[in-house]
Design a protein around this ligand. Structure first.
Ligand SMILES: [Zn+2]
Length: 322
């Protein structure tokens, strides 16, 4: 994910984001109420400790850079995790040649739940990790791959921990868990968001979800999830659903309705292809976001409590009707 909006599809897109954010803030704030009513009856209980264990497993594979042994090990493990629970697990392998001439073999994994439901939502996270620590303070570290505990590991872990719950209690809306590859290869945006772009450009009309929710960097032990700016403009109804679900669970302090940064992330290709998608992201990871894209992105920076909160919000979103 990139912290700048300069690489977005068009200048017009960026201008639209900037000029209309105030409207999004107003709509969200005016519909609040601030009452924590608790979870929807009959919802399953998310297991944050299980999610943290999934983060540790992923980091133990080593960097999950496309082409690496850690990448292959993780793909196999994810399929093993999902197949007992999902009615249908699809591994969609595709290739991409980077601007630097690297040939990448990439795989998106999609696990379907409640396949009979025609009204479907997609929950997505990237499972690959960045090959370079380009934000490290010491330039000698720039060539080191990131461990990807939070950036890659956390969103994947939450989605994997949801799978048994979705199998246990049938959701009232169809749910596709989508693990996208090649989000963070880079260095430039033309060689990023690859799996999300592939999905958004190839999803069939039959499988097309009504909206998406992206989870990225969702495990920081000191969480804060302001509304991401592109989401606020292009997926405001989804933002409202998610942030209200957080409010019902009493997490308003961690899900402020203020609009934060504009982040070019996996939600952008979905939005550009007509699937409104919100990005739940905590871009305050360590002092001055100092753990992002550095060798410091390790599991000790994360907490089961944060993963639990995020998982419960997603559960509430789903079981309140999607
Ligand atoms: Zn990243």
């Amino acid at each position: 994910m990139k912290s700048v909006s300069a690489h977005l599809a068009s200048d017009r897109f960026v201008i639209a984001v900037r000029s209309l954010v105030a409207i999004a803030v107003f709509v969200l704030a005016s519909c609040g109420g601030g009452v924590a009513t608790g979870p929807t009856a009959g919802s399953p209980s998310f297991d944050g400790a299980a999610a943290l264990a999934h983060v540790e497993t992923q980091v133990a594979f080593g960097p999950r850079v496309p082409g690496s042994s850690g990448h292959a090990a993780q793909l196999s493990w994810m399929l093993d995790q999902l197949q007992p629970h999902a009615s249908d697990v699809v591994a969609d392998t595709f290739s991409h040649v980077t601007t630097g001439g690297d040939s990448l073999i990439l795989t998106n994994v999609r696990a379907r739940f409640a396949p009979q439901q025609s009204r479907r939502i997609v929950l997505l996270a990237h499972w690959d990790t960045r090959p370079t620590s380009d934000q490290a303070a010491d330039s000698a570290d720039h060539s080191i791959p990131v461990p990807g505990a939070n950036d890659g590991g956390s969103g994947t872990a939450v989605l994997l921990a949801l799978a048994p719950l979705l199998a246990q209690i049938a959701p009232p809306v169809g749910v596709d868990l989508l693990f996208v590859d090649g989000e963070d290869y880079g260095p430039g945006v033309e060689d990023m968001l690859l799996g999300a772009r592939h999905y958004a450009e190839t999803v069939s009309d039959e499988d097309r979800p009504i909206y998406g929710l992206l989870l990225d960097m969702v495990g920081d032990a000191q969480p804060s999830f302001p509304v991401e700016q592109i989401s606020a403009q292009f997926a405001n109804p989804i933002v409202q659903k998610v942030w209200r679900a957080a409010e019902r669970l009493g997490y308003r302090d961690y899900f402020p309705t203020a609009v934060g940064e504009s982040l070019t992330d996996d939600h952008v290709p979905l939005i550009e292809n007509g699937i409104p998608t919100a990005n739940m992201i905590d871009f305050t990871y360590g002092p001055n976001n100092g753990y992002w894209h550095t060798p410091q992105d390790t599991p000790d920076k994360l907490s089961a409590a944060t993963l639990d909160m995020v998982g419960q919000v997603v559960v509430e979103l789903i079981y309140s009707g999607g």
